[in-house]
Design a protein around this ligand. Structure first.
Ligand code: ZN
Length: 96
């Protein structure tokens, strides 16, 4: 039995081809880019779901509002500070 489904998720978002999808370096944030051998489209694969769940988000906000900086929160929870600031901003918007 051979596993033939390994590279299957790499599908061109433009023409839908799943073959001849080549690696094409990485963008500034380190995401792998691909290039379609059919239509020459260069694209990145979207993450399937949110990287962090609701619990992590609440924990991040709790730490932040207890006096830590966004950068410290990021370091504690091992995520980017931009992500933390996004959550803080969103939280502020929700409260008006
Ligand atoms: Zn294509």
């Amino acid at each position: 039995m051979e596993n033939q489904a390994t590279e299957r998720e790499r599908i061109c978002p433009r023409c839908g081809e799943g073959s001849r999808q080549w690696k094409y370096g990485r963008n500034a944030s380190g995401t792998q880019k691909y290039r379609c051998g059919h239509c020459k489209r260069i694209y990145t694969l979207k993450p399937k779901r949110h990287a962090y769940d609701e619990q992590t988000r609440e924990l991040a906000l709790k730490i932040y509002y207890s006096g830590a900086s966004g950068r410290a929160v990021g370091r504690i929870l091992n995520m980017s500070k931009a992500n933390v600031y996004n959550w803080i901003k969103k939280n502020n918007d929700d409260r008006g």
